[in-house]
Design a binder for this molecule. Structure first.
Ligand code: MF3
Ligand code: CO
Ligand code: CO
Length: 254
């Protein structure tokens, strides 16, 4: 397959779609409160995406039926929206991928439901730092493996583990393109990054063991094997001539 180097026109399309995916996460913020059902948050996300002329990429993807993935507490990723009511003290991830004019943007972030424990807060903070450190490795002629190296170094330093059963991915013209972006890797390994590449970095960091298991009931929801907390942040990244641009960063963190 190979990694697609995007044209300036394609980059502009991916930038617009990425921005919309991120705006959707921002829009949801006031609704992520104790008592909210994850299925209702999914419906709000879908309305927002469609009202802005886009399509939720997950709907119909490999049989997945929802506009978002909503992953509370021990859910690592691909949490299926359902009748679960968010509880005071939960941490929850919402992941949105949009298709706008044929271009894909993919992002996720953590929300706190009411007040969360210092234990949960630290996992969320370290996971956000892991994404930031991974992104800071992104520049022309750097090795992709340095992203996973930087992420894993930071996670391990805090006593956390890195999920290796799910990866980041090229994104833009399709949902999942080459390359696969490992969140734990050896320094100096992997392909050389080049301007015009677009891919996600989306580390999933666990408080306990790294292993995951998929719920047999819905076939999607991936949980930590030991029931301990997991956190994740995701940005769609563009490699530029001088470094990177975080296309889904509407908060201006980068
Ligand atoms: N958005 C997820 C990602 O970051 C993929 C979700 S696929 C689904 O790659 F089918 F589970 F929705
Ligand atoms: Co992704
Ligand atoms: Co995603």
């Amino acid at each position: 397959m190979g990694i697609i180097i995007k044209t300036p026109e394609q980059i502009e399309g991916i930038r617009r779609s990425s921005r919309l995916a991120a705006e959707t996460l921002k829009y949801l913020e006031p609704f992520v409160v104790p008592g909210a059902k994850t299925a209702d948050l999914d419906r709000k996300a879908e309305e927002f995406v469609r009202d802005h002329g886009a399509i939720p990429a997950t709907k119909g993807y490999k049989g997945y039926k929802h506009a978002s993935c909503i992953s509370p507490n021990d859910v690592v990723c691909h949490g299926v929206p359902n009748q679960y009511e968010l509880q005071w003290g939960d941490i929850v991830n919402i992941d949105i991928t949009t298709i706008l004019d044929g271009f894909y943007g993919d992002t996720c972030k953590m929300y706190s439901v009411g007040e969360i424990s210092p234990y949960a807060q630290k996992l969320v903070d370290v996971t956000r730092e892991c994404l930031r450190l991974g992104m800071q490795e992104c520049k022309p002629d750097a090795r992709l493996g340095n992203v996973g190296w930087a992420i894993a170094e930071h996670a391990h330093k805090h006593g956390y583990t890195v999920v290796y059963e799910f990866c980041g991915h090229g994104v833009g013209l399709k949902f999942h393109e080459d390359p696969e972006v490992a969140h734990i890797a050896e320094k100096g390994s992997g392909v050389l990054l080049k301007p015009g590449m677009t891919f996600t970095i989306e580390p999933m960091i666990n408080a306990g063991k790294a292993r995951t298991k998929v719920d047999r009931k819905d076939g999607w929801t991936a949980r930590t094997i030991d029931g301990k907390l997991s956190a994740q942040f995701e940005h769609t990244i563009l490699i530029t001539e001088t470094g990177f641009e975080a296309l889904t960063d509407v908060y201006g963190d980068f």
